[in-house]
Design a protein around this ligand. Structure first.
Ligand SMILES: [Zn+2]
Ligand SMILES: [Zn+2]
Length: 292
């Protein structure tokens, strides 16, 4: 099982079909492709996954503005087209900002990136900072992603222009409005603008805030956490009656291993139960039946 992987629809290296086949080879029977800021292609992949006896859970991962690396996962979302539309509006607004980043790069650093070529780095041809990063790396102006942000487009750099992001409160509400379950992804990766980790009392404050906003679950099992962090999150989940999830955050073969060995059928059932408790899963199954 794995409840958190990425395909080339966002920033993963495998296309969804290859990712599903790859997951099958690795013995995975339940999978959630949680691409960044997009969920619309779920129906296509889900039918493909069915052929290979993989249960594909609809999922999305959304970056929020409250602090760096605060990501919210949405599972079992029913109104996927509606959610996609809301997010697409923001992405298109941010595209304008990113064109200004291209101009700034030229003015401040003499880095001239062809807009058409740069946009081709984005899987759905909407210019964003990921595409700009890839273009900069490809031109050899930096050696890695951190380098790109530190030197050119990150906070404090000359071509930094902030894009619009939704707050955690808004995203949790949006997931609920579209009949999904909201889960806090890899909690211990949250950090301040300077990159320093948020831990201790400050971490607890963020957890409390998200719980107050109505977060349904927490991604306890991920290789990004230490043993101590994992058990702390497990008890946090228990105390606050939150669903426990887990995933590899698989992007590519050379960086990650697919699968989350700690995850059991019980965890999936509890996630489903949460969805059902919101009267969501019932409709989801109906949709699936009429589809297939
Ligand atoms: Zn993430
Ligand atoms: Zn992720």
């Amino acid at each position: 099982m794995d409840l958190h992987v990425h395909s080339s629809v966002s920033d993963g290296s495998f296309c969804p079909e290859d990712l599903i086949l790859y997951a099958q080879i690795h013995g995975i029977t339940t999978l959630a492709i949680a691409d960044h800021e997009t969920i619309i292609h779920y129906n296509e992949y889900s039918q493909f996954a069915d052929h290979f006896n993989i249960t594909l859970i609809p999922a999305i991962e959304i970056n929020v503005s409250d602090c760096k690396n605060l990501h919210i996962l949405g599972y079992y979302i029913e109104n996927r087209a509606q959610l996609e539309e809301t997010i697409l509006k923001i992405r298109k607004k941010n595209q304008e900002i990113c064109y200004n980043v291209l101009e700034s790069l030229k003015k401040e650093f003499g880095i001239s990136l062809n807009p058409l070529e740069t946009v081709s780095y984005s899987p759905d041809r909407i210019l964003d900072k990921k595409a700009i990063t890839k273009a900069i790396l490809n031109q050899g102006y930096a050696t890695n992603v951190k380098d790109v942000y530190d030197k050119y487009i990150g906070p404090g750099a000359k071509s930094y222009i902030p894009i619009e992001k939704m707050t955690a409160q808004k995203v949790i509400q949006l997931i609920h409005d579209n009949k999904g379950v909201a889960v806090w992804a890899h909690p211990y990766t949250i950090s301040r603008a300077d990159g320093s980790s948020i831990i201790g009392a400050e971490f607890d404050q963020m957890a409390k805030k998200l719980i107050d906003y109505g977060i349904d679950g927490v991604e306890v099992f991920t290789s990004k956490h230490s043993k101590e962090q994992t058990s702390y999150l497990a008890s946090l989940a228990k105390r606050n009656n939150l669903v426990v999830t887990g995933g590899s955050d698989f992007h590519s073969e050379d960086v990650h291993q697919i699968g989350c060995p700690e995850l059991t059928q019980k965890h999936i059932e509890k996630l489903q139960l949460k969805a059902r408790r919101y009267n969501r899963l019932f409709n989801f199954q109906l949709q699936n039946r009429s589809r297939g």
